[in-house]
Design a protein around this ligand. Structure first.
Ligand SMILES: C[S@@+](CC[C@H](N)C(=O)[O-])C[C@H]1O[C@@H](n2cnc3c(N)ncnc32)[C@H](O)[C@@H]1O
Length: 266
């Protein structure tokens, strides 16, 4: 029987992360294929659905959330979760206190912080990642009926071996001219709270402008709002439209979102 290496096996995104783009991978594969020897750069890597789906050998993956990035750097080291994990409210708040104590004492980059982050993400409300003004994680218990926890993440070590993770603002990324960039910023309009201060319209503009100056292939996705279409068109992106899978929004509206995919040099 042929051996399946981690690079060939399908690894699922290990966290719950708002705005996951696993559903876009079949649309992206044909765009990526002619460029697959290039480095994949994701300025907003989030839950890692796209990188795990396209499986580049080399990648530069960035996100403004430093706890998310810390978790990934521990995945690269074959994270083993040793803390107790149960879908239990008291244990959840105990682990939340401990996580916050690590943040307050400068230990946010440790393996323990990565393990706690994973547990809080799986067990907390809707996989949210939210912090109060003092920088403390304040998501409440999630009340799921069942949760499957992973303890051994060694399968991710090989898949992530050639990838570099950074945490910073999109424009801080040192792009090389040949890079293939897939950029999935927070949605325009829809309520998202990934980063303190949010992602404003000005942030959408500067992201689209910055990427329009990149000489290599670029795929930039977002919700298809009118102003987003106008922005991409004015900057010379080619555009196609995709239907996102149905999501239940906070208003109970189940209309599928229309997504815009702006491309350059692909
Ligand atoms: C829509 S999500 C990306 C989802 C990802 N494509 C996936 O499939 O899971 C947007 C991400 O942008 C990050 N983010 C927000 N502001 C940012 C900024 N200024 N620079 C870089 N990343 C940012 C958020 O933390 C969030 O993870």
């Amino acid at each position: 029987m042929p051996l399946v290496t981690a690079r060939e096996a399908v690894l699922k995104p290990p966290l719950k992360w708002a705005g996951g783009k696993r559903w876009q991978v079949p649309h992206l594969r044909p765009l990526w294929k002619p460029h697959r020897d290039r480095r994949l750069v994701e300025p907003f890597c989030g839950g890692l659905a796209v990188a795990l789906g396209l499986k580049p050998v080399n990648a530069l993956l960035n996100d403004a959330n430093p706890h998310l990035v810390n978790f990934y750097t521990w995945l690269q080291r074959g994270l083993q979760v040793r803390i107790p994990m149960e879908n239990d409210e008291r244990l959840f708040y105990r682990h939340r206190d401990r996580f916050n104590a690590l943040l307050s004492t400068g230990h946010s980059q440790t393996e323990e912080a990565a393990a706690l982050f994973y547990f809080l993400n799986r067990t907390g409300f809707n996989g949210l990642c939210r912090f109060n003004r003092r920088g403390l994680f304040n998501v409440p218990f999630g009340r799921y009926s069942r949760i499957g926890y992973t303890r051994d993440f060694s399968a991710y070590r090989e898949a992530l071996a050639g990838w570099t993770f950074t945490s910073g603002d999109v424009e801080s990324l040192p792009l090389e001219p040949d890079d293939f960039v897939y950029a999935d910023p927070p949605y325009d309009v829809e309520f998202t709270q990934y980063a303190r201060g949010g992602f404003t319209w000005r942030d959408q503009e500067r992201t689209a402008q910055w990427l329009s100056r990149h000489p290599g292939p670029v795929v930039l996705v977002n919700q298809a709002t009118e102003r987003m279409e106008r922005l991409y068109r004015n900057l010379g992106y080619e555009m196609r439209f995709l239907r996102a899978p149905r999501r239940i929004s906070c208003t109970g509206d189940r209309t599928p979102a229309r997504e815009i995919m702006g491309t350059r040099n692909v």
